[in-house]
Design a protein around this ligand. Structure first.
Ligand code: GLA
Length: 683
């Protein structure tokens, strides 16, 4: 096969020249180049070096660090240092500090202790960005910029005085009149009616465990997102003006931020920080069959929905840990390489390890980099060098190709943000996403994630055979109508419980559930209940009386068939609604719509996958055991199947067509034993 060379793949590392004696720099850069690195990211926390006191700017240290890197052929990504305002700044302008919901001001001593609304902070951030962009905007070694660092990480709510004022302005612009605001926030309830704008604030502490008005709470998240974007925009605009030939990105995927809008409007591409072991800390608690680091592939699919080809600005390269939390084991031999190719399989075209050497001071003395404190050769550096050698050639072919999937999980910001507060559906989304992912992984079917936005069109949806929209409680008639067009032309759409009963303000419709999706599904919800407390676990029987039983988790919508085109695919097998429809399929146009009355588990998802006869895109030539992930990147000329073994043990593969491993050039066919944590990229 003719493999086209596309753009260059970039491999690199995050570096902090200001943390080390200058005598180390040349040796560090030399060894980076030997490891196969071509790019470094620097300076994102170094404000005090550039502006040691207000209005006094100096660049000498970073001029030397960047100049030397350039002389070694390393490209440089410059971070704007606005995630860490200097002590002089917060002392002189305390109004830039963030304040908690309870009114506590967050002080200097950690990072991200500022708010985005303070006009003074915006002014000072604009000034330092302009100084940097002016100074480095034509530097031949500088190729791009990272705005701030991980917007909305550590904390993603803001209650300083400036935030309340900015929110009030935002609300005024959105609603125009108090009458409309009162209507949208349902202030008729509990006498919350406003008759002057001066009464309007972000949510503030309230009696009964701090429970603000839910419609106001949803607008709060929308405001934070808009406000974060407008903060980032100031820097993006300055860099575009003063450094027009360098690209602009930012890193992270955090709450209360529409990363799609941010990227579409202000960035060249999106970047992400990939720490697969966070999975065990945040996602796997209590799970019998946890996916662990493989869960990260779902997060990477979300990143891909923002930017099909993205940068991993920080890739885990050692044990992770802060002094007092986030304690993660050391990656075993091969695991760092596996995670590197996991990121690449899902769309990374640039990848930088975090970090070159472990910090000897500060909160992150246990967040290990490639090199240990002692700076002697170690296994992680050797593993990085192996990856560097592989990607020097393979990267040319991979860069620019796109990940492929026939099935997408749909999400949207309104439901994520409203669901954060609304426990009647919010938590369900995370379970259903993960369980669908698990089921698809069991069948080796790659999936995308698509965010439903006001900009989403039919063309965005048509490439997929199947869309799963687990619990869109908020569903407008416009979105339902777009989904209907998708179904009419042959698409298959799957909803779970609690679909379609709220409008975009978070008001419950005075319509039978599933509200805007009623005609699509051809059913109504006769009644519903949580499955918790005194209620025993409930189950669903699929097909006829001898059909498989699966759990009906967390919430049960009891369904009533409303259209002749609807077939009942499963019935409840327990509780007082035993025998009533739990799963339905409505044939509509050339497509079909499923309604599943509960929260998904992998077993239920597998029932649907099998009914739809979905199979792996490589089913005709490849047989894989469960522990191996398949992900495909393609362009018009080539298709690369990434096979990632998450197990420590070898995995037995059957490869029916003759293939070549892009990483080694080895020809492979028949039975093949893929080493523990092993990777193949077959074409
Ligand atoms: C994030 C940050 C880094 C570092 C790592 C490890 O990804 O961007 O600065 O703090 O986490 O904690």
């Amino acid at each position: 096969m003719n493999i086209p060379a596309t753009t260059e793949f970039e491999l690199g590392v995050c570096y902090y020249p200001e943390h080390w004696p200058e005598e180390l720099w040349a040796d560090d850069y030399r060894r980076m180049v030997e490891t196969g690195f071509t790019i470094i990211r620097i300076a994102e926390f170094a404000w005090s070096f550039f502006e040691p006191e207000e209005g006094v700017f100096q660049f000498d240290l970073f001029d030397r660090a960047i100049g030397l890197a350039h002389s070694y052929g390393l490209k440089v990504i410059l971070g704007t240092p606005t995630a860490t305002p200097p002590a002089w700044l917060t002392e002189r302008y305390p109004e830039v500090l963030n304040v908690t919901y309870d009114g506590v001001t967050l002080q200097h001593g950690m990072r991200r202790h500022y708010n985005y609304s303070s006009p003074k902070y915006r002014e000072l951030c604009a000034r330092i960005t302009a100084q940097l962009a002016q100074h480095y905007g034509t530097h031949p070694g500088v190729v791009g910029w990272q705005i701030d660092n991980e917007l909305n990480c550590e904390i993603n709510v803001f209650y300083s005085e400036s935030d309340h004022l900015a929110f009030r302005e935002w609300v005024q612009a959105k609603y125009g009149t108090l009458e409309k605001l009162n209507e949208a926030w349902g202030t008729v309830f509990w006498n919350q009616t406003y008759n002057s704008w001066s009464q309007v604030f972000l949510p503030r502490p309230t009696p009964s465990f701090n429970q603000p008005n839910p419609h106001q709470a949803l607008d709060e998240k929308r405001f934070i997102s808009d406000n974060t974007i407008s903060f980032a925009r100031i820097q993006a605009d300055i860099i575009r003006r003063l450094a027009p030939s360098q690209w602009v990105t930012t890193n992270g995927l955090f709450g209360h931020l529409d990363s799609h809008e941010l990227t579409d409007e202000h960035l060249d591409f999106f970047s992400y920080d990939s720490y697969p072991q966070f999975s065990s800390i945040y996602y796997d608690a209590g799970e019998a069959d946890p996916l662990q680091d493989r869960n990260w592939s779902l997060s990477l699919s979300v990143v891909r929905s923002v930017s099909p080809n993205f940068c991993i600005m920080e890739q885990q390269s050692g044990p992770g840990g802060w002094v007092n939390r986030m304690d993660m084991p050391s990656p075993k031999p091969g695991q760092m390489r596996l995670w590197t190719y996991q990121s690449i399989a899902h769309g990374a075209d640039k990848l930088l390890y975090f970090r070159w050497r472990t910090a000897t001071v500060g909160n992150e003395i246990y967040w290990h980099g490639l090199n240990d404190y002692h700076n002697q050769p170690n296994r992680r550096v050797r593993e990085a060098a192996r990856i560097g050698r592989e990607l020097a050639e393979a990267g040319k072919h991979i860069a620019g190709t796109r990940s492929q999937a026939d099935i997408a999980i749909l999400r949207d910001y309104d439901n994520e943000w409203d669901g954060e507060y609304d426990v009647w559906y919010g938590p369900f989304m995370w379970q259903s996403n993960k369980e669908w992912f698990k089921a698809l992984q069991k069948r080796h079917i790659p999936n995308d994630v698509i965010y439903m936005r006001s900009k989403t069109t039919l063309e965005d949806l048509i490439p997929y055979q199947v869309l799963v929209y687990p619990h869109p409680a908020i569903l407008s008639d416009e979105t339902a109508s777009l989904l209907d067009q998708y179904v009419q032309q042959g698409g298959k759409l799957i909803f779970g419980c609690r679909t379609g009963y709220k409008d975009t303000r978070g008001h419950c419709y005075m319509r039978p559930f599933p509200g805007a999706a009623k005609d699509l599904c051809g059913i109504t919800v006769e009644e519903f209940t949580m499955v918790k407390g005194t209620r025993l676990p409930t189950s669903i029987r699929w097909g006829n009386a001898s059909g498989t039983l699966t759990g009906a988790d967390a919430f049960n919508d009891v369904l009533q068939v409303e259209a002749a085109t609807v077939e009942v695919m499963g019935t409840y097998a327990s509780d007082y609604y035993a025998g009533k429809p739990a799963v339905t399929r409505n044939r509509r146009g050339k497509g079909e719509v499923w309604y599943y009355g509960a929260v998904f588990n992998a077993e239920a998802a597998l029932q649907i996958i099998d009914s739809l006869s979905l199979e792996s895109p490589a089913a005709d030539w490849l047989e894989l055991p469960g522990e191996v992930e398949l992900q495909i990147r393609k362009n018009e000329n080539a298709s690369y199947a990434f096979l990632l073994n998450y197990s420590e043990e070898p995995a037995a593969l059957q490869i029916r067509h003759r293939k070549t491993d892009l990483l080694t050039g080895e020809a492979i066919s028949g039975s093949y034993s893929l080493e523990g944590f092993g990777v193949l990229v077959l074409y």
